[in-house]
Design a protein around this ligand. Structure first.
Ligand code: DOR
Ligand code: ZN
Length: 347
């Protein structure tokens, strides 16, 4: 990474280790928006129906590739959805062929399109054993869904009740704790050196006050839900510390405006188009620009055992007003922070 002047940062092209591209017409926006910043992305499988077979993953990959603009190169890294009936053969063949880079575990009912997820991990131990055997990572949405657990505690309780016991039972399993939101998760990951964790831009920038104080802001509603300031500070410290277990995963998750501004609004923030300016602004604010390349472009490929990107991109310290919206199929999606001004832009 070189800083030619104080205002331009050139780094290896980053990858997004957690993104929702959706499907159909939406791909004509979501894929270019991701591919203009990121060389590769781990693509979430929570479509309807879920991506739970090698055929489904391969066909989804083709639809994504068909939407990549001619002037960029982009590699979608495919995942399988862990359903109660996911085939062990799909795990073994998916890993051997290189098509599949991870299996996503959604606790049933935890978030968008998680109905097909897992109620009790005991039921899928043979699949997890096979994953540990072939070295295929488990990508975890880390929240319990019990109605008696407060929504702000769901991640911390998940560590205690689900992830801790799983790691003790199957220590060889490679695990990414996705979109971590708490100090508890930072500490849990650090205590398990073989794990990785992704951190979103929105969890670095906003806390629950931003979402709920002085009015409810549905465009800040995501899952796991934004937490209090002390957790946000722990995430900033983890992301900017140079610690190799933490890497960039936007969890960019578009929903049409009407589906968010609703009686029962959907969870998810759309950040793909401006993710890099969002993240780099945080690193700059804490004086850690020198750690940005490691977080965005090095720790992720090292965890997944993939080569580092060799091409570079540049960011400039030049104010950018976040656009209001983007087309989303026949509808419209609002960008996170629409109308706000960021200190950094894509060069
Ligand atoms: O905010 C979120 N949106 N969190 C998730 O876990 C899923 C995602 C989505 O697919 O909309
Ligand atoms: Zn996600």
């Amino acid at each position: 990474m070189t800083k030619d002047t104080l205002v331009r940062l050139t780094l290896r092209q980053p990858d997004d280790w957690h993104v929702h591209l959706r499907d159909g017409d939406a791909l004509s926006t979501t894929v270019p928006d991701c591919a203009r910043s990121f060389a590769r992305a781990i693509v979430m499988p929570n479509l309807k129906p879920p991506v739970a077979s090698l055929d489904a993953a391969s066909q989804y990959r083709d639809r994504i590739l068909a939407a990549v603009p001619d002037d960029v190169s982009f590699e979608p890294l495919m995942t399988l959805y862990l359903t109660p009936s996911l085939a062990i053969d799909a795990v073994r063949e998916g890993r051997a062929s290189g098509l599949i880079k991870g299996v996503k575990f959604y606790p049933q009912g935890a978030t968008t399109n998680s109905d097909a997820g897992i109620a009790a991990l005991d039921t899928v131990m043979p699949v997890l054993d096979a994953m540990a055997d072939v070295g295929l990572p488990l990508l975890v949405h880390g929240e319990v869904t019990d109605r008696d657990i407060d929504i702000f505690d769901r991640e911390a309780v998940f560590l205690e009740r689900t992830l801790g016991p799983l790691m003790a039972r199957l220590p060889e399993l490679r695990v990414v704790l996705e979109h971590i939101t708490t100090e508890d998760s930072v500490q849990f990951v650090q205590a398990h050196p073989a794990m990785g964790a992704t951190i979103t831009a929105h969890h670095l920038i906003y806390s629950r006050n931003d979402m709920l104080a002085g009015g409810i802001r549905p465009h800040l509603y995501c899952l796991p839900i934004l937490k209090r300031e002390k957790h946000r500070h722990a995430l900033i410290e983890a992301a900017t510390s140079g610690h190799p277990q933490f890497f960039l995963g936007t969890d960019s998750a578009p929903h049409a405006i009407g589906d968010k501004e609703s009686d029962c609004g959907c969870a998810g923030c759309y950040t793909a188009p401006h993710a890099l300016p969002l993240y780099v602004s945080v690193f700059d604010q804490v004086g850690r620009l020198d750690q940005f390349e490691a977080f965005a472009s090095i720790h992720g490929p090292r965890f997944y055992g993939l080569p580092l990107n060799t091409n570079t991109i540049s960011l400039e310290k030049r104010p950018m007003q976040i656009p209001e919206s983007r087309p989303f199929g026949t509808k419209t999606v609002r960008l996170l922070g629409a109308g706000d001004t960021l200190e950094w832009s894509l060069a």
